[in-house]
Design a protein around this ligand. Structure first.
Ligand SMILES: [Zn+2]
Length: 466
């Protein structure tokens, strides 16, 4: 068997705090790691900065929180690549203004035979993006016609901004790949899976901006009825989440809305297709700049929880514009996360039933087999979940692209719930490879991982190599 691709997600903070060589030594010695996902740009704590404040600092790196962390671009900005976007160049992160993460890490990584991948998180909802001039001209719009503080990937300026970052990285550095991440579920999924805010906030149901409207018209979707249907669905969501039950129940009244307004489904499909179009554009553009560049996507955890999101994110289709897909299969934090997800959907689409009743059915729909609902926050998901999710993705893509499951190492969980362990990490890595994965991505960021838990990856790979 070929040596698996073993990547780790790591941000600028770790290299600054601990030094490039010592960090790479740890990666190779403890984790048998041979690839780096370097987080840039990033505006979220999930991939940037030190440990999330309030969670225990790991046993390496600076032993204090970076409370004023902002995020942004950790590479040198080459302004010539940012034509055609009023957002201008992707601004430098205010932290470590002298550091170019690629220049700092690439030579040493190459010498060690490690691949370097730019790990780009879209984070269009991040508050920090407010500091970018002209950001208000790129906003999404809710079904009441109000802009919300999140950018639309059908907005040409926002699209070009991301494509410019890709061009800048592809042409300015000798990278092996680009990994791109967009954690958004789409408007109908949001309405079904839990209470939503009917206010112009970042988690609002979107997008009905003029660009999205134009695309809807192109598809023959009645835009006026799209707005109307989503306004009615917002009212349904508000009423159900406040504990009011329509005479026919929450589910039947929602299904009736779908029958009356097929535009609800059509708009979700338009939304998903628009997300995938930016994937296609990045894929083609990156290869136009550098044909050998590997391009892939992070598919976020909702893929393991929501049958609706799972239906949207069709791996077989995605494999036509992917060299790899990082399937999030974080089994430890899945426990508290899925527990909460079930609770939320029982305040929306499945409000007619209790979480304990809904949980076994949704598990069946997802083709998963996990423990009791009440225990879930303390047990997490099993390693077998990682194997099943991997095998499903591997089967779907039919060898057209690689599958690299994301492995959970110390992703913060609420107090009193499950924690990562060396054995959990070892078993998750083994399960991913047993499911047919060509590699794994140790997630979410080195600065939140305990060294002994990271060594669980090395244990698994050592066993396989032996
Ligand atoms: Zn839009």
């Amino acid at each position: 068997m070929a040596e698996p691709f073993v990547a780790i997600q790591v941000g600028a903070a770790s290299f600054v705090d601990e030094g490039v060589k010592p960090v790479l030594d740890v990666f190779q010695d403890r984790g048998r790691i041979n690839a780096l996902f370097l987080a840039t740009p990033t505006w979220t704590r999930g991939t940037g900065g030190r440990q999330v404040p309030g969670h225990p600092l790991p046993n390496h790196g600076a032993q204090e929180y970076d409370l004023d962390w902002v995020g942004g671009n950790y590479a040198t900005v080459h302004p010539e690549y940012y034509g055609g976007t009023i957002l201008g160049p992707a601004g430098r992160a205010p932290e470590h203004p002298e550091l170019d993460i690629f220049e700092a890490v690439l030579p040493e990584a190459k010498q060690r035979g490690m691949q370097v991948i730019a790990w780009i998180e879209e984070s269009s909802y991040a508050d920090e993006l407010r500091r970018y001039p002209n950001m208000p001209k790129c906003l999404e719009v809710d079904p009441r016609g109000r802009p919300v503080p999140r950018m639309c990937f059908n907005n040409p300026d926002y699209r070009n901004w991301h494509l410019s970052i890709v061009e800048d990285y592809a042409k300015s550095y000798d990278l092996h790949g680009i990994a791109w991440c967009s954690e958004r579920p789409g408007p109908l999924n949001l309405l079904m899976q839990g209470p939503v805010t009917d206010a112009p906030m970042r988690d609002a149901v979107t997008c009905f901006c003029r660009y999205c409207q134009a695309l809807a018209r192109e598809r023959g979707i009645d835009v006026r009825r799209g707005f109307e249907g989503y306004q009615k669905a917002l009212e349904w969501n508000a009423s159900v989440s406040q504990g009011k039950r329509p005479a026919d129940g929450a589910f039947v009244s929602f299904w009736r809305l779908l029958l009356q307004y097929p535009e609800l489904l059509a708009w979700q499909k338009l939304w998903t297709d628009s997300q995938h179009q930016i994937y296609r554009d990045i894929y083609g553009l990156a290869k136009a700049c550098k044909p050998t560049l590997k391009v892939g996507w992070h598919v976020y955890h909702n893929i393991s929880f929501s049958p609706f999101y799972r239906a949207d994110q069709d791996y077989a289709e995605m494999s036509r514009f992917s060299d790899f897909i990082k399937v999030v299969a974080y089994n430890n934090c899945a426990g508290p996360r899925f527990h909460l997800w079930i609770d939320h959907i029982c305040n929306a689409l499945f409000a007619d039933a209790s979480p304990a009743e809904v949980y076994p059915l949704v598990l069946k729909l997802l083709q998963l087999d996990e423990g009791a609902y009440e225990q879930l926050p303390r047990t997490g998901f099993s390693a077998d979940y990682v194997r099943l999710e991997t095998a499903r993705a591997v089967a779907d893509v039919s060898g057209r692209c690689a599958i690299y499951p994301g492995i959970d190492i110390d992703i913060p969980t609420p107090d009193g719930t499950t924690r990562s362990s060396r054995e959990q990490v070892r078993d998750a890595v083994k399960a991913a490879l047993a499911g047919g994965a060509q590699g794994v991505v140790l997630s979410r960021k080195y600065s939140e991982m305990r060294l002994d838990n990271l060594a669980g990856a090395g244990d698994a790979l050592g066993e396989l190599a032996a």
